[in-house]
Design a protein around this ligand. Structure first.
Ligand code: NAD
Length: 321
């Protein structure tokens, strides 16, 4: 570990992706403060080497506590991450994802924070017509969550235009991230976690639509490497990058791959179908040339290996599913 006295504020650092990023940053010698309201995040995820402020990005007093001492870098991952819950309560999604981001940006401005990275999403593309989808494809979200992630991403970009506050920003449009610490018992989570949870509990797997819709699954360690590498890489300043595996996997293929992890197949394990869900997108596949060039980044962990690690984690940690 290289000594590094800069402080990073990781909002959402008790959550799935944020907690892994905290681990990566501590490994690289940064000091880390976590701001999280423990809505979906859990205290046990937070590395003991990090300072923890229990607080809400909608509350400016909580944010003020997290900015004392002032961070050198903000990694803003706190968010309402469920597409389905955003349909059920768009106002809550708007408040956390957009107003929360504006609050963080205004604190960054007040404290003259020089660097900020933001957790955007592939959901901003809606149902893309270009596959694999490059960052230059139009943003036309088809679900509330995609609207709020895009609005926040644009607010982040606009904050970087403020002549009175030099702020270097980078947004990562992450595709379907998976790995240990992902909630496997939360029906509002992504499809891979839901399938793994069902298989672990021995419950039937339900495929919505015909199962030929595709997703791009990327392992959480690969994601954190890109975030951490970007912090000091000026070519990433002022830009947005896709972070995906660059490979499309259909939900049918995913189901079969999950069952393989348990030595099962559709003749031995019950798989049913149901209608498509609101705001479901048909196809998703990241073009990753931009991040490959800027950060010499390539995903290292494929779907099978990443799932094996996730299953091993779930089995080792009681009450995860
Ligand atoms: N998981 C993915 O595939 C994926 C893909 C693209 C983008 N993202 C984004 O990445 C970020 C992290 O997602 P995740 O999958 O780790 O989800 P997560 O739910 O595990 O993490 C979100 C964290 O934010 C915290 N949080 C929620 N509301 C808050 C609030 N008002 N104030 C403070 N903290 C709050 C939660 O407690 C949780 O710890 C989110 O912004 C999400 O939108 C996730």
């Amino acid at each position: 570990m290289m000594a590094n006295h800069r402080r990073v504020l990781v909002t959402g650092g008790a959550g799935f992706i944020g907690s892994h990023l905290v681990d990566t940053l501590l490994d690289r010698g940064f000091r880390v403060t976590v701001l999280d309201n423990l809505n979906t995040g859990v205290r046990a995820n937070i590395n003991a080497g990090a300072d923890f402020i229990e607080g809400d990005v909608r509350n400016t007093d909580d944010i003020a506590r997290a900015f004392d001492p002032s961070p050198d870098i903000v990694c803003h991952l706190a968010g309402q991450a469920s597409i389905r819950l955003a349909w059920a309560n768009p106002e809550a999604d708007l408040n956390v994802n957009v107003v929360g981001t504006l609050n963080i940006l205004s604190a960054a401005k007040k404290h003259r924070t020089p660097r900020l990275l933001y957790a955007s999403s592939m959901m901003i593309y809606g149902d893309p017509t270009i596959l694999p989808t490059p960052e230059t494809a139009p943003a036309l979200p088809v679900a509330h969550y995609g609207v709020t992630k895009f609005a926040a991403e644009r607010y982040v970009a606009l904050a970087a235009e403020d002549p009175e506050h030099p702020l270097a920003v980078t947004s990562f449009r992450m595709f379907n991230v998976f790995g240990p610490r992902q909630a496997l018992d939360n029906p509002y989570q992504g499809v891979l976690a839901i399938f793994l949870g069902h298989a672990l509990r021995g419950e039937k797997i339900t495929i919505h639509s015909d199962g030929e819709q595709s997703r791009d699954f990327v392992f959480v360690d690969d994601i954190c490497r890109a975030w951490a590498d970007a912090i000091d890489t000026p070519v990433t300043f002022g830009r947005v990058f896709n972070l995906g595996s660059g490979r499309a996997t259909t939900v049918n293929q995913l189901c079969d791959a999950v069952l393989r992890q348990f030595g099962q197949d559709r003749s031995t394990f019950e798989v049913t179908t149901a209608p498509a869900q609101l705001g479901d997108i048909r196809r998703s596949e990241a073009a990753i040339d931009a991040v490959a060039e800027a950060l010499a980044w390539r995903p290292k962990v494929d779907l099978e290996r990443g799932m094996a690690a996730t299953v091993a984690w779930a089995r080792a940690s009681e009450s995860q599913y």
